[in-house]
Design a protein around this ligand. Sequence first.
Ligand code: IPE
Ligand code: IPE
Ligand code: MG
Length: 243
Amino acid sequence: MTIPRHLAVIMDGNGRWAARRRRPRVIGHRAGARAVNLCIDFCLERGIAALTLFAFSSENWGRPEEEVGALMKLFLNALDREVVELHRRGVRVRFIGERERFGAQIRERMESAEAQTAGNTRLALNIAASYGGRQDIAAAARALARDVAEGRLEPEDIDEAAFASRVALADLPPPDLFIRTGGDMRISNFLLWQLAYTELWFTDTLWPELDAATLARALDDFAGRERRFGLTGEQAAALETPA
Ligand code: IPE
Ligand code: IPE
Ligand code: MG
């Protein structure tokens, strides 16, 4: 069975999960933390090498102050609680997104989590926090412009590869599989550049209800797909490297 090397996940549906129980949205976010661990365990068990989780979008800053504040507390607690265990299990943790928008405490914890786990190789876990795909692309354009202005790069040399090396997760293969829970079929400004040829999979399951069986279904579906990358089916089959 073909296993994705890199899985990208939009963890959506926490608010609706709580609303169904007539509880405040933050209860849904708290319940969602369990599903994060489940998803990481699943990747470790299946030998998926990279996992990118969308935790908080650039646009999520516009939510009610109370919800944003509660989410920040949850991030802080999760960073305090989980990093030791992640490290023990060989997980390398990294954060992508506009980190400067977080408070000093969270930024420090992010840096220390990254430093502590930098040498791990079992699973590359990327947390997209204050992340936006458009912001990512704009930042890459800014980096290219800076390189040109400072004489390190010629405008003629700006090509796909130059761009790709300046967006987030440049050192990883692009996601093979994208999963979104919560039933909405959209990308919501997640990895726009990186998802160009990613296989998309959607489920109505709300994030806090996620279980291993649902993830297994996504992987089964993925294994049955023919990825053609713009070529003919025949050409694509010839490209496939034997497992
Ligand atoms: C995803 O769940 C978590 C974040 C965006 C932080 P939501 O909070 O978007 O839940 P719904 O989509 O409103 O149910
Ligand atoms: C996407 O979910 C962001 C995260 C899961 C972190 P949203 O709930 O913010 O997306 P929309 O608003 O439904 O598009
Ligand atoms: Mg949502």
